[in-house]
Design a protein around this ligand. Structure first.
Ligand SMILES: [Zn+2]
Length: 106
């Protein structure tokens, strides 16, 4: 049986670890907001292929509900462009939190 190539995982760092205990910043309709499932969700990189993730500052704090919508596992009937725009705004919100907490320095 042929081995499937696993996507390369980036190591956890201060940016991805900072998602623990945070509120979701993505907030698609139905967002669980503070349900304890929030983790760091990377921006999808559509330029370099499946399994490739953006840098660890290019992501958002996302609850399981919102991550499932962003990754396409769940649909709530929003157009793809709205899903993408919502996520990009969440990255900005996430980076503002990181800056405020001194995790991301300018
Ligand atoms: Zn959410």
């Amino acid at each position: 049986m042929e081995q499937r190539k696993q996507p390369k995982r980036k190591k956890q760092d201060k940016f991805t670890k900072s998602a623990k205990g945070q509120d979701c910043t993505v907030n698609y309709p139905g967002c669980m907001f503070q349900d304890g499932t929030t983790r760091f969700a990377h921006l999808r990189d559509n330029t370099t292929g499946y399994g490739t993730k953006e840098q660890n500052i290019h992501g958002a704090y996302a609850c399981q509900h919102c991550e499932n919508i962003y990754s396409g596992l769940k649909s709530i009937g929003l157009p793809a462009m709205a899903i993408e725009l919502h996520f990009l705004l969440a990255i900005i919100k996430t980076q503002k939190i990181m800056i405020k907490q001194g995790i991301l320095e300018l």
